[in-house]
Design a protein around this ligand. Structure first.
Ligand code: SAH
Length: 410
């Protein structure tokens, strides 16, 4: 295979860094901007190549020794070789460059990343797969196959303890997840099968165990079909199939940022779009007149309704944003939206902007779709006022950011 020496110029979105060789872009994982690296070509395309590092000739001062023996083969972490403070500035640089390239906002300044007090052992939820020998692990860095793991430094200890005690003998098991309420200590093992029926199994762990059938129906073997987490003093029920933020203490920083940008007023009608179990709307419910939550997931909406019990000013609607938004009749003052990685569809975005809210707080887990949707909101008459990265995913390339948009005439 062809080797070459390259100078790394920047971190790209997606975990790899960017270098140039003879004018052509080369993507290289596990290196840092400023480094001189000997690489081996792994893929050659017309417009770019991919290569892997063989030798770091001139290391960056920000390079550190990765903690984990699986770093480089496991697909879970991409940035363990980077000192945590530099991970934060890289997130800002990537966000800035996505906003420049995709939303055409070269002058937009990005706030300093809100870093995590716990950059290790934080994840309250992990998804595991089985290798050919039935051992649980994570998807490999190249995307194919499973790396069975002997250690993990981003799993919360509550999950690591459960993981270490796992013994799996289950027919048709497709994948499994472990989940914990960090504040409550509650834990849950979630098994997912391609089958339509629930086989009899023995569970020896002191945690809840739920099987999700192919159609998503939960079958509870032991304990409850949910865990309870506490966020900013509020209890939230999170069922096996419902989404929840993976870094509990950082989720509180996320809430605080959302509140600051939302600037809730007591006569506001708040739309909590992609609301999940109700995280944002519940948190702000006593500061506004009314909350309407929308999510396509039935278990998430059931959790949200449970979490909002006894609160008269909250209403949840189950259905896709595309279907439900056009039926909203209330005048909406404030929208908080937290879409999945693929962002907001054109239809949902058009329906959203026709509600003409005076503040839109966009919580994003992907800077490329955030930039794309920001560009579309600008076309619809909004402007991007501020954008704040909040580090929900230390040691990985994932970037969470909160953006405030307002009608540009204001
Ligand atoms: N705001 C919540 C959940 C965010 S995750 C929290 O912080 O916990 C994104 C949510 O979007 C998921 O709950 C998912 O069920 C929902 N979702 C995905 N596509 C959707 C769509 N097209 N319309 C409505 N909800 C959707």
């Amino acid at each position: 295979m062809k080797t070459m020496q390259v100078q790394v110029s920047a971190m790209a979105h997606g975990g790899e860094a960017l270098a140039r060789h003879e004018g052509k872009v080369v993507f290289v994982p596990y290196v840092l901007p400023g480094e001189e690296v000997l690489v081996e070509l792994t893929e050659e395309r017309a417009r770019y190549s991919r290569a892997r590092p063989i030798e770091i000739i001139a290391p960056s001062p920000d390079r550190i020794e990765p903690r984990c023996q699986h770093f480089g083969t496991c697909g879970g972490c991409q940035w363990q070789h980077i000192v945590y403070e530099r991970q934060a500035t890289l997130r800002e640089e990537i966000l800035q460059s996505q906003l420049t390239r995709i939303a055409h906002l070269p002058d937009m300044s990005v706030e300093r990343t809100l870093v995590a007090a716990e950059p290790w052992n934080y994840r309250n939820h992990v998804q595991l797969h089985l290798d050919e020998d039935g051992r649980p692990g994570f998807i490999a860095a190249e995307g194919r196959g499973v790396v069975p793991i002997a250690e993990c430094h981003i799993m919360h200890p509550l999950l690591w303890d459960a993981f270490s005690a796992l013994e799996i003998d289950f027919p048709d098991l497709e994948r499994l997840s472990l989940r914990a309420g960090i504040a409550t200590g509650e834990r849950m093992l979630i098994l997912e099968t391609a089958g339509h029926t629930a086989p009899g199994i023995e569970v020896d762990l002191p945690i809840s165990c739920v099987l999700l059938l192919r159609d998503g129906t939960p079958v509870t073997y032991v304990g409850d079909s949910y865990v309870t987490e506490t966020l900013a003093g509020r209890s939230l029920r999170i069922s096996a199939a419902s989404f929840f933020q993976v870094h509990t203490s950082q989720a509180e920083q996320l809430l605080a940022t959302v509140e600051k940008y939302a600037n809730p007023q007591e006569d506001d009608v708040l739309l909590d779009l992609y609301c999940g179990v109700g995280t944002f709307g519940l948190y702000l419910s006593d500061k506004v007149a009314q909350v309407i939550g929308i999510d396509s997931s039935e278990p998430a909406i059931e959790d949200a309704r449970f979490n909002a019990e006894g609160m008269a000013n909250i209403r949840y609607l189950q259905g896709s944003a595309e279907d439900v938004l056009p039926s909203i009749e209330e005048a909406i003052d404030l929208v908080i939206l937290d879409p999945p990685r693929q962002g907001v569809s054109k239809e949902a975005l058009a329906a959203l902007s026709s509600l003409a809210p005076s503040r839109v707080v966009y919580v994003s887990c992907d800077p490329a779709t955030l930039a794309r949707d920001t560009g579309r909101m600008i076309q619809a008459g909004y402007e991007l006022v501020e954008v704040q990265p909040v580090d929900m995913f230390p040691q990985t390339y994932h970037i969470e950011a909160v953006a405030l948009l307002r009608p540009s005439s204001q």
